[in-house]
Design a protein around this ligand. Structure first.
Ligand code: 5GP
Ligand code: MN
Length: 347
């Protein structure tokens, strides 16, 4: 029960902060995914309908496949409009932080969040949240911030008034953070929430098709190329590695979001227990993504070597240097994690 995790006092504190704040800014993590965008836009829709002066700020551009979400066009993108984003954060009465556990996840907007005199609320499901806020609502056992937010709104007595648009946003985050209910998805509560969202007339099949079944030709070709030409299997360490350089990304007209889901693909090969994806986002800057099965802790590799972290089975980090050096580092540290493979329980 969520009431065991979130005290009545916290629920009241969130309600009171919303009630007494004139200007509210909602912010989510950089490279926003379905859960970050979904939770932000669901809350945005609810607060706007309550007549609040509310804004959503994202550190960088949301991916194309999430632009169908109601309200996505009104998001203030910090990398495009830095002055506007800074001013909104600094002049807010309340900042609601959604789907991240550490201030550095909002990238260059971090000093404007910490430096703002606004009251702050964090609602999140990542492990070990930093406490930089006035009200911290952290539930790592929830599979998405959207599911957590929905339940919190229920405790606040606000789920009845939720519109179909907000329900679409909530469903999107629940769906994308569980791989369309294929992992972290055995909690019966999830399906009770989905039933309530369906009663608000969402079309879940259409949301799936818009969020996940819509590709550019470049994206499809890039994924095909990555799997056919670039996937390396290291069976002795039960690992798969895909690395894409800037030149390769450019050749396929890469835009943010095009490689979403690619890192999961090698996990479908029997005998592969973890998968590493390296993407050279800028010269000498490599974004690292890892996924695993069972008990293999990819968040440990990411925190040990790539200045990152995340969940046991889904983690990320970064590397400053060439894509070849990043690959070299991955290959050199693999043997250190064999002990986890030996103990791995995969059902
Ligand atoms: P993705 O591979 O989809 O970018 O990220 C998967 C998960 O890893 C995210 O939900 C987040 O928890 C974590 N993560 C990704 N990148 C970073 C990072 O740079 N730092 C930290 N601390 N966590 C990250
Ligand atoms: Mn999330």
């Amino acid at each position: 029960m969520l009431t065991d995790k979130i005290s009545h006092d916290k629920v009241e504190a969130v309600k009171n902060l919303i009630a007494r704040s004139g200007k509210i800014v909602i912010i989510c993590h950089m490279t926003p995914d379905g859960d970050a965008m979904g939770s932000s836009l669901a809350l945005y829709d609810l607060l706007k309908r309550k007549g609040k002066n509310v804004f959503v700020v994202t550190p960088d551009m949301p991916p194309r496949n999430l632009m169908f979400l109601p309200g996505a066009q009104s998001v203030v993108v910090g990398s495009r409009y830095p002055d506007k984003a800074h001013n909104l954060l600094l002049s807010a009465d309340l900042i609601v932080c959604l789907d991240f556990n550490s201030l550095h996840r909002v990238d260059r907007l971090s000093p404007f969040v910490s430096g703002s005199s606004a009251k702050k609320i964090l609602i999140d499901h990542h492990l070990e949240p930093e406490n930089f806020v006035d009200v911290l609502i952290s539930c790592p056992e929830k599979s998405s911030t959207c599911a957590l937010l929905y339940e919190l709104l229920g405790l606040m007595g606000m789920s009845e008034e939720m519109s179909r648009e907000a329900a679409e946003c909530i469903y999107t985050g629940m769906m994308t953070d569980t791989g369309n209910f294929s992992y972290n998805s055995n909690d019966p509560q999830l399906y009770l929430i989905i039933a309530e969202l369906l009663k608000k007339s969402i079309d879940k099949d259409s949301i799936y098709n818009k969020a996940w079944n819509t590709n550019s030709s470049g994206r499809l070709r890039l994924c095909g190329y990555a799997l056919y030409c670039k996937m390396q299997l290291v069976p002795e360490h039960k690992m798969a590695l895909i690395a894409l350089s800037r030149d390769e990304l450019n050749e396929f007209d890469y835009v943010k979001g095009d490689t979403e889901g690619l890192v999961n693909k090698p996990l479908s090969i029997p005998g592969i227990e973890y998968s590493v994806f390296l993407r050279e986002d800028e010269p000498d800057y490599v974004k690292v993504s890892m996924r695993s099965l069972g008990d293999f802790p990819v968040n440990k590799i990411c925190s040990d070597h790539f200045g990152g972290g995340g969940h046991l089975n889904a983690a990320g980090g970064e590397f400053h240097g060439s894509i070849a050096s990043a690959m070299g580092l991955v290959m050199s540290v693999l043997p250190d994690y064999d002990e986890y493979l030996n103990n791995n329980n995969i059902e």
